[in-house]
Ligand binder design. Structure first.
Ligand SMILES: [Zn+2]
Length: 101
């Protein structure tokens, strides 16, 4: 795959609108393009991110623990009841939830 500047595109992971996704980056001019497949994945992730952003989430009580609910749309990414998750602290206000595949 060649860029208009004559450089070659390489697949790389870039953060676009807060989503880490695979894109094609020109090695010379750094122009970023999506393949059709990369574009489909990005738009699906963006849709889910927008849905997550518009919900006003609160921590609820689950027995003596605290719980949060996840939207059913996350099933499209492989999240499901009974799946294993890893939760890590980034700082006092941010958690990372990682799905084991
Ligand atoms: Zn280029």
């Amino acid at each position: 795959m060649k860029c208009g500047c004559g450089g070659s595109f390489e697949e790389k992971i870039q953060e676009i609108q807060g989503i880490k996704c695979n894109v094609m980056v020109c090695g010379s001019c750094r122009e970023i393009v999506f393949t059709i497949e990369q574009s489909k994945i990005f738009h699906k992730m963006k849709q889910i991110q927008d849905e997550l952003a518009k919900e006003n989430k609160k921590i609820s009580r689950v027995g003596n623990s605290m719980g949060i609910t996840l939207p059913a749309k996350l099933k499209e990414l492989g999240y499901d009841i009974g799946k294993s998750l890893d939760i890590r602290i980034l700082d006092s206000k941010h958690l990372v939830i990682e799905l084991f595949t």
